[in-house]
Design a protein around this ligand. Structure first.
Ligand SMILES: Cc1ncc(C[n+]2csc(CCOP(=O)(O)OP(=O)(O)O)c2C)c(N)n1
Ligand SMILES: [Mg+2]
Length: 276
């Protein structure tokens, strides 16, 4: 089944709002990570709009789906997406990174806000996601667990321990979406530490693994549907993206990993996004 025109338009609207929110939040905070969440906006919007069963009405249902943002520094995007799900109040967004705000610079687990795991120290999310998926499987629940990760995080050894055990336990209810933008905090992946072909690696670990254009919401939706049909092993979507996607001077620039736009840059970004 392919995505309806209505669904596609809704995903695109959510991705667009995520980009606008990310610029506003990181600019208001004066610090944070704009590049990653701009690049992840399309594939995460596809997940949140079409697949992730999480809303204010089932927030405390132990059987609901789970989402872990394992590359936690990209959390401005997560908070926007949760607000568009009606889980995080919209008027909380601009408290991002402020003292006392629940919307910290790296996610702090908060059952009231749908934040399923504290992350930021890279490498842990897939292990916890595998544990959640195993628990759901043992309980006979139809919970699906989604983990967002990144190429930079894939340099962590623990990711591959988690990949081994998730395949061992046949966790068909676990899906990882890897933001593969070819950069991490210190620059280009291939110069810092080349992780090579992640699709081949996950496949070698026993996963259903596919490459997908992370900005093509129809392709991402298809890949997520296919992942749901694979029930005997976990699935990995290696999502090719551009850091800073949607803002001309941020696109493809590793320097926007963790720098806030200045006033004039934020104004230009919002203008380009049609939200000035
Ligand atoms: C265990 C651990 N080591 C180092 C860091 C520092 N760090 C923060 S982000 C980052 C790069 C992660 O790469 P990626 O997620 O690909 O970055 P992006 O594409 O968003 O620029 C690193 C090394 C960390 N957060 N945790
Ligand atoms: Mg990266």
């Amino acid at each position: 089944m392919s995505l309806s025109a209505d669904s596609k338009a809704r995903i695109e609207a959510v991705a667009h709002q995520t980009r606008v929110d990310v610029i506003r939040m990181v600019h208001a905070a004066g610090c944070g990570h704009p590049g990653g969440p701009l690049g992840m906006a399309d594939f995460l919007a596809t997940l949140f709009v079409e697949h992730l069963r999480l809303d204010p009405d089932n927030l405390h249902d132990p059987q609901r789906d789970r989402f872990i943002l394992s590359n936690g520094h990209t959390c401005a995007g997560l908070y926007s997406l949760l607000s568009q799900k009606g889980v995080v109040p919209r008027d909380m967004l601009l408290s991002f990174r402020k003292l006392g705000s629940p919307l910290q610079g790296h996610p702090h687990r908060n059952p009231e806000l749908g934040i399923d795991m504290s992350t930021g120290s890279l490498g842990n999310g897939l292990s916890v996601g595998a544990g959640m998926a195993l628990a759901a499987k043992m309980n006979g629940w139809d919970t699906r667990v989604y983990v967002a990760s990144s190429d930079g995080e894939s340099q962590e050894g623990q990711v591959w321990e988690a990949a081994t055990s998730a395949a061992h336990y046949g966790l068909g209810n676990l899906t990882v979406m890897v933001d593969f933008n070819n950069v991490q905090i210190d620059g280009e992946m291939r110069k810092v530490m080349n992780v090579r072909d992640l699709r081949e690696k996950y496949a070698a670990f026993g996963w259903h693994a596919v490459d997908v254009d992370g900005h093509d919401v129809e392709a991402v939706d298809q890949a997520l549907r296919a992942a749901r049909d694979v029930q005997d092993r976990p699935s990995a979507l290696i999502c090719a993206t551009k850091i800073g996607k949607g803002v001309s001077f941020m696109e493809g620039e590793p320097g926007w990993h963790g720098v806030a736009p200045k006033d004039d840059q934020a104004a230009q970004a919002l203008q380009e996004l049609g939200a000035a």
